[in-house]
Design a protein around this ligand. Sequence first.
Ligand code: UD1
Ligand code: MG
Length: 447
Amino acid sequence: MSIALIVLAAGQGSRMQSDRPKVLHEVAHAPLLVHAMMAGASLDPERTVIVAGHGGDAVEAAATAHDPDAVVVRQTEQLGTAHAVAQARAALAGFEGDAIVLYGDTPFIRPETLQAMIGARRDGAGVVVLGFEAAEPGRYGRLVAEGDRLERIVEAKDATSEELAITLCNSGVVCAEASILFDLIDQVGSDNAAGEYYLTDIVGLARAARMSARVVTCPEAETMGVNTRMDLAAAEAAFQARARLAAMENGATLTAPETVQFAHDTHLGRDVVIEPHVVFGPGVTIESDATIRAFSHLEGCHVSEGCVVGPYSRLRPGAELDRGVRIGNFVEVKAATVHEGAKINHLSYVGDAEIGARANIGAGTITCNYDGVFKHRTAIGADAFIGSNTMLVAPVTVGAEALTASGSVVTEDVPDGALALGRAKQVNKAGLARRLMAKLRAAKEAR
Ligand code: UD1
Ligand code: MG
């Protein structure tokens, strides 16, 4: 059966106190909306429709950046969740199959849970709602059900005290055949405490039309929504806790897991060791047997087998480390390929560069890649030895097995096997140090 995904993302999220639409706030470096889209993508939907409103242009940009096939429709006035879903109707013209509604501010619904809902539909349920046992039911809609047979949903604002005592609550995720979903939505009115078109009303309407409605349940943690900055921090913490566990379950050693921050797409191979206080930005892959030592920051980079990075290293986008590379303390690497076995161990900046196999980059080396307007490349050959404190003024090439003298400012290409000396020649003046100091001390006495 074909699936269409409808993600509601029109709300402002006023409690975030933000100029940014709520669904674009990030957990693990991905917008909340993208987390919801990723959860839905596990169902391999034929169509994905995002209902945007507040900050619609920014929401559209983020949605289509993640999935160019996603269709973004606009809900210009936020008249309620049923009204929001109705905006997806035109985008789903001609679609036959099930529609599943997710919220853009609810990032952690698991694929297994969505599968269970699809399973309930296959078993013949007309409308399937995802519910959970709420520790504090508060403002959630209450599911009036017997076992898994759902009768109706009542919003907290409209509930009697008896109904408020129900702890089985509505997550907001709903699944039904698309044409039936839109038929039911057509019948939804706004005669309620909020004066809104409630999506939740479709359950009572379905039952009145003798259709069956079922509730599928999941742990409350999955339905965690984000309304405030505190919720956002809690969502981040929940994500990180799961990511750390998953990393260890998949064979990585985390010596102090609670201090490591992952991104939504961090990939770790087997027997990787991550020391304390390592931060992963988006787009990082660490291959097996690599070690990331303490206090390192990595983003948009690829670290191959057996590399050792850190402590205190920074790998920026485009850093590509071949096998067995060593990157040491206070070294920054950006848009640079470092070939097998090369070493950059101390206090260096290597950007827009290619470092040959087994090359040794001495302490304090800098690729001077930026002239204030353009970026230029530095190429260093295999087995080259770059002396400490070499300034490589790009564009520049240092050949294989070449050597640069410490403190050199290298502005011209160095041929293979050559020694480049680019610094003032040393001159020693006999006895001058002692004479100079004596003069200064005498001057101090005379004051
Ligand atoms: C909704 C449910 C409630 C459920 C709760 C779970 C309804 C009527 N109520 O309540 O039963 O327990 O979610 O969190 O559905 N949105 C739009 N356009 C609108 C209104 C909402 O896009 O016109 C989006 C919001 O941006 C949000 C989602 O729909 O992502 C839910 O809306 P929200 O206002 O948070 O609904 P709740 O009152 O929390
Ligand atoms: Mg809400």
